[in-house]
Write a protein that binds this ligand. Structure first.
Ligand SMILES: CC(C)(COP(=O)(O)OP(=O)(O)OC[C@H]1O[C@@H](n2cnc3c(N)ncnc32)[C@H](O)[C@@H]1OP(=O)(O)O)[C@@H](O)C(=O)NCCC(=O)NCCS
Length: 181
């Protein structure tokens, strides 16, 4: 299927979503170094995203070459506003299932970007005929993200206690999933 889409956002700006190419690696690394400064909900904190541009190129190429992986970026005025990647398993018994991660730059929160990104992910998953289950993990108090996931049909499947430790506090993680039929 065509994995490039454009959307007019509420503020009139245009969001372009497409698959990441190797040439995007440096901008993606810079983006992923920035987002932990903007949200406490990620699994990595400021300074902890240590993937190099060369490693990111390899990750992007692996997603392009795999029929059960996709690496989406959302762009506004040529700048990365969102990154969303999904990877299915590499063994026969787990090829149909995988997990995604999604981030949106803080200045773009609340404009519908995550909803557009994940709608494309779900449409792509249906089109593969391979991906039959999508999972995600999020902090139990990440209410905005949980709202988006439920709106798109994800349901809670379980809780891992003490999944994150930050500033002296333990946080539980919610496991959510959606069947792709
Ligand atoms: C979570 C995140 C991806 C959402 O992206 P976004 O582009 O702002 O999401 P959208 O604009 O598509 O949707 C936000 C929705 O959540 C709702 N929302 C926002 N904050 C909320 C809150 N505290 N409680 C309940 N709902 C909330 C909005 O009203 C909106 O609802 P709607 O779609 O019914 O109008 C973004 O905030 C982000 O990147 N956060 C930091 C990283 C992160 O947490 N990633 C997910 C880790 S699992």
């Amino acid at each position: 299927m065509d994995t490039t889409r454009t959307h007019q956002l509420k503020d009139g700006r245009t969001l372009t979503i497409r698959e990441a190419a190797p040439d995007d690696a440096a901008a993606i690394v810079a983006y992923l170094q920035q987002v932990p400064y903007e949200s406490p909900y990620l699994g990595f904190g400021p300074g902890e995203f240590t993937t190099t541009v060369e490693q990111e190129v390899a990750i992007i190429e692996d997603h392009i070459q795999s029929d059960n992986k996709i690496f989406l970026i959302g762009l506004i005025d040529g700048e990365i506003a969102s990154v969303n990647n999904f990877a299915g398993g590499h063994r026969q018994r787990s090829r149909h299932v995988g997990e995604f991660g999604i981030t949106v730059r803080e200045k773009y929160w609340g404009h519908g970007i995550a909803s557009h990104m994940l709608t494309l992910l779900l449409d792509w998953a249906k089109s593969t005929g391979i991906v039959r289950k999508i999972n995600l993990v999020t902090r139990v108090d990440n209410h905005g993200a949980i709202h988006v996931y439920k709106k798109l049909g994800f349901v809670q499947e379980g809780v891992h206690r003490r999944s994150m430790y930050l500033d002296g506090t333990f946080y539980d993680a919610i496991f959510m999933g959606i069947d792709i039929d």
